[in-house]
Design a protein around this ligand. Structure first.
Ligand SMILES: Nc1ncnc2c1ncn2[C@@H]1O[C@H](COP(=O)(O)OP(=O)(O)O)[C@@H](O)[C@H]1O
Ligand SMILES: [Mg+2]
Length: 260
């Protein structure tokens, strides 16, 4: 991870973010920074406001109050498309993939490379370029698939999720945001996904990952940010904290270890 010395290293900064759903205050003034290349795990009990914060950063919903900065520049993220323009991408399970299309088509879905049509006819998909680019993109992220010409449905759950992340990483140049990226996966399949997330961070993307797998986050992330009742109650360097400490912050005392 990069050491944060200057503001241009801060990919995402959230200041005093509040979100109300009617009378319910889901976020009550959240501050958060994610530095270039840093993996921040956002931890908290159900209803703490994790998904709400992630959705605000990626433009899926609008904040009620507060400020968002990307690379030090104040920006009101209007929509998911707007977030994409800032280089912020979110992965929702593997829902962004079309199961019936080959892997390479999926990486470029919505951003297809076209060849010029013949004599003014409509352009056609440049499959060869897309296949070559896909191979390069997946290899760079350490994702080894038997073939990129297979239909996406033939991949394992972990491979599909890694592909969904690879797709985001291919286009993202600021941040990658993930809400429970391994929720539906077993340990071996999750490992593929974590490797891809690491590769994304090594590439300089700021990574914000929401996960219920707290022991894994303590060993995997650079920093653990704990949300409780819509407030950040801790921001801990992962190497210097323990699972018990994180649980204590998360549960507000209910997680005290009674054995010692
Ligand atoms: N669209 C919504 N309308 C009303 N209340 C919502 C909506 N989304 C979330 N909430 C509420 O906001 C709080 C935070 O939810 P959420 O961000 O999903 O928490 P988490 O992801 O940490 O479980 C919860 O009390 C939840 O019920
Ligand atoms: Mg959630």
């Amino acid at each position: 991870m990069n050491i944060c010395k200057v503001d241009d290293q801060i990919a995402i900064e959230v200041k005093g973010i509040k979100k109300n759903y009617g009378h319910l205050q889901a976020l009550r003034g959240v501050d958060l920074k994610v530095v270039k290349g840093e993996i921040v795990a956002l931890i908290g009990d159900n209803g703490a406001g994790k998904s709400t914060l992630a959705k605000i950063i990626c433009g899926a919903i609008q904040k009620s109050e507060g400020e968002l900065y990307f690379w030090g520049e104040k920006t009101d993220v209007q929509s998911i498309n707007h977030a994409h323009k800032i280089g912020v991408f979110t992965v929702y399970q593997d829902l962004s993939l079309a199961p019936d299309l080959p892997v390479s088509d999926n990486l470029f879905l919505g951003r297809e490379i076209m060849r010029n049509g013949f004599l003014g006819k409509l352009g056609v998909l440049d499959r060869k370029t897309m296949r070559n680019e896909s191979k390069k993109a997946l290899a760079a992220l350490g994702i080894g698939l038997k073939s990129i010409s297979v239909d996406t449905r033939a991949l394992s759950g972990g491979e599909r999720q890694a592909l969904a992340i690879a797709k985001a990483v291919t286009w993202a140049n600021t941040a990658l945001i993930m809400d429970e990226p391994t929720a539906a996966l077993g340990a071996r399949q999750s490992a593929i996904v974590y490797d891809t997330i690491r590769a994304a961070s090594a590439r300089g993307l700021a990574v914000l990952v929401i996960s219920h797998d707290i022991p894994k986050m303590v060993s995997f992330a650079d920093r653990i940010v704990v949300l409780r009742h819509g407030c950040v109650v801790a921001s801990l360097e992962a190497k210097k904290t323990t699972l018990q400490e994180v649980l204590n912050f998360m549960l507000g005392g209910r997680g005290e270890n009674k054995d010692d």
